[in-house]
Design a protein around this ligand. Sequence first.
Ligand SMILES: [Mg+2]
Length: 407
Amino acid sequence: MPARTWPTIVAHADMDAFYAAVEQLDEPSLRGRPVLVGPRSGRGVVLTASYEARPYGVGSAMPMARALRLCPGAVVVPPRFERYEAVSRRLMAALADFSPRVEALSLDEAFVDMTGSEHLFGPPGRMAERIRAAILEATGLPASVGVSATKYVAKVASAAAKPHGVEIVPPERAAAWLAPMPVSRLWGAGPVTAERLRAAGFERIGDIAAAPPARLEAALGRAWRHFLDLARGIDPRPVARRRSAGSMGSDRTLGRDVADREDIVRHLTRAADRIGRRLRRKGCLAHGVRLRLKTADFRLLTRQRRILPTDAAGDLLAGAESMLDALIRSGPFRLVGLAAFDLERGSGMRQLDLFDGAVRGRRLERVVDAVDERFGPGTLRRGRDVSNAVVVGSSPTLDFVELEEDG
Ligand SMILES: [Mg+2]
């Protein structure tokens, strides 16, 4: 991990040719063929063209009749929005495992605020790969991920990464990276503004970044400052938090399948400890807990329930254990995951004190937090963790395989 980290880290995840990719996923005979999602009638426009159709010059928003003239071999598939929404929910849930701050822009793209999470997910390049792998695992579909210090640059980066790639733009390189792009890539520059900019002699984003303000103002009026900031990679808008979208999770594919309740609970305990620590550090309370288990034959079982608002690992674990005991299906399991969801931010100690039972466990966990901070993670451990030397240790990956290797 680099010694110097970015002040903010924003990831933008965007599914590749989303509607068409869903159709190709659900109907194998469509795979590898040009697919146009849109009305069969030939009137109306293409909603999404698969990558196989794009070399013919077909793109979204093109009239269907024209698209079919350009690409006569294309298969036209009417859209199934309910299905796309279901896939979208899986996408957003997967993203919510990375951060409590996920801002959906549409069914198939979202910003994820990854600020300060290098210790959980690694440096930005690794974050991007992990997000892509998690999306592939959750949806079966490819996505592209851009990471930078601002929403704007992250979004341009994910577009540059397509298809199925990642693009990392460090903040100090953002302006230079944007410079050769056409002005139409500026956020908020529609066809009219772009044309006006070109007429004023601004072809590339770098031309804007270097322009004297007076010239910019003459071309853009009051919006000149907005475009100058974007051109320099400056975009102060934060990733919008929405409580319902928030979750924090910890999924681990295990080095060996586990079947004993005791083994499963040990993994859940570690996950609950980690999530509780993150909740407290972020000043969040969880209103729900979600249990995920994957059987040896790759079936994913998910259970979730509401809990009293908490940031205590003990409460998360209690919720997970009650769901585990209610499962009909028994192991062995190859993945054990826990997530806290429906997060509420900034409520802190006062509200928690309303819930008597939580207070004592939470005080203990605060002590553990303080010791971890001073002496390093893993200095203090629960008795039942220490009982098994395979799991215990300051390295978090003793018997864990990283998530991506499962995708
Ligand atoms: Mg997309």
